[in-house]
Design a protein around this ligand. Structure first.
Ligand code: HEC
Ligand code: HEC
Ligand code: HEC
Ligand code: HEC
Length: 274
């Protein structure tokens, strides 16, 4: 029989080995597009708030819930005013946030109809992670949003009682966004091109009001729009910078869900021509 602390040490060593294994697989996978995509899905990220483990090792938050997408999306009864698809949480009033301003800004930050409101349903710290419009199973719909019954939390970053983000663990943006990069701000005119020469040219998908700024991180053989580009979100038929321009909520192939690594400020320099 092993002493309890020996078991603990073994378990932690095994966890470390798994983590190293995951990194190695990640590196090998990155050389191969298909593998890289399969390995970098939301299941292996911090946004997998379900009970399943799937290779995520150490320190992540887990609830006892059985589904992954439900924390954010629902097939029925979603928030009709949300710019994010089939959104399963009640959005805050866009005017509840204080936004970034400056005397040198050309555009105006405005969260009306903005997809950033979706991220803020959790990251402004006001709602429990498991507060949803439509809980799994039948009869789970509540237009005002309600906590899922029987769901419990473990881990340091979500408070076990309130179900809210623990501010000290993951930067809790709160409702004061005046010290955060502007979101809900227009990037370019509706034709291809930028508002001013301080920015790189936005690309437009032919025939659609869909824009992106090419990160030049070419995966595959062409540099058509892909998840490594800075995605611009369409409001009033014009391209806007939102949270998910820089972050991909479904992939933490790069730290903090960034679309590309910010080493050498690559995220910033994809858009800014400085
Ligand atoms: C933590 C929240 C979160 C979870 C969990 C989540 N999503 Fe999303 N999803 C978002 C947000 C925010 C957007 C809108 C921003 C964007 O386009 O990436 C989005 C957009 C999407 C889109 C449309 C845009 C695109 O990238 O194709 C699809 C499809 C999607 N999600 C599917 C899923 C599926 C399937 C799951 C579960 C396996 C899932 N999501 C889990 C937050 C989440
Ligand atoms: C359902 C609630 C929910 C939504 C919606 C959500 N997040 Fe999160 N997010 C979390 C939780 C919970 C964590 C912390 C998980 C952990 O540390 O285990 C987190 C962590 C993060 C982190 C830190 C990751 C790290 O490795 O340190 C970033 C960055 C982030 N989210 C960005 C976003 C963005 C951008 C969006 C919208 C596109 C978004 N989130 C939508 C719940 C959410
Ligand atoms: C212009 C690009 C950009 C935009 C827009 C942006 N972020 Fe970030 N975000 C970053 C970068 C880069 C980091 C990592 C650097 C750092 O740690 O500050 C980061 C870090 C974070 C973190 C901290 C992770 C942690 O572990 O503490 C959270 C949470 C987050 N972002 C959420 C959001 C949300 C929510 C929005 C929209 C309201 C948003 N971001 C908009 C670029 C952006
Ligand atoms: C998706 C494109 C995009 C990315 C990526 C991006 N920015 Fe921006 N940034 C903008 C836009 C658009 C504005 C608003 C410009 C305007 O209206 O004058 C802005 C505004 C700013 C401002 C305020 C300028 C002012 O006059 O007050 C600063 C500073 C800034 N960005 C720094 C950064 C940094 C640092 C990063 C990397 C972490 C970054 N940006 C990434 C598009 C981007």
């Amino acid at each position: 029989m092993l002493a309890n602390n020996t078991k603990k040490a073994l378990r932690s060593a095994a966890r470390k080995l798994l983590a190293v294994g995951a990194i190695i697989i990640g590196v090998v996978g990155a050389a191969d597009d298909v593998n890289a995509q399969a390995l970098t899905g939301i299941r292996n990220t911090r946004h997998n708030l379900s009970a399943e483990v799937n290779g995520v090792v150490g320190g992540r938050n887990k609830s006892s819930a059985g589904e992954i997408c439900v924390f954010c999306h629902t097939p029925h009864g979603s928030a009709t005013t949300a710019a994010a698809p089939l959104w399963n949480k009640k959005l805050a009033d866009p005017t509840a946030y204080t936004l970034y301003t400056s005397t040198t800004l050309d555009g105006t930050s405005d969260l009306t109809n903005s997809v950033s409101l979706a991220c803020l349903t959790c990251h402004d710290g006001t709602q429990a992670m498991d507060t949803v419009l439509n809980a799994p199973g039948s009869g789970g719909y509540d237009p005002n949003g309600a906590r899922m019954t029987g769901v419990t939390w473990s881990g340091a970053n979500v408070d076990a009682t309130s179900g809210k983000l623990v501010a000290a663990a993951v930067t809790n943006l709160g409702s004061d966004l005046s010290n955060d990069h502007p979101v809900g701000i227009q990037y370019a005119n509706s034709s291809v091109g930028v508002l001013d020469p301080d920015f790189h040219e936005a690309q437009k998908v032919t025939g659609k009001n869909v824009w992106y700024v090419d990160s030049k991180v070419v995966k595959g053989t062409n540099d058509a729009k892909d998840k490594y580009d800075m995605i611009l979100y369409t409001k009033n038929a014009k391209p806007y910078v939102e949270c998910a321009s820089c972050h991909d909520p479904h992939s933490d192939e790069n730290a903090t869900f960034l679309r590309i690594s910010n080493s050498g400020s690559a995220v910033c320099l994809t858009c800014h021509n400085k």
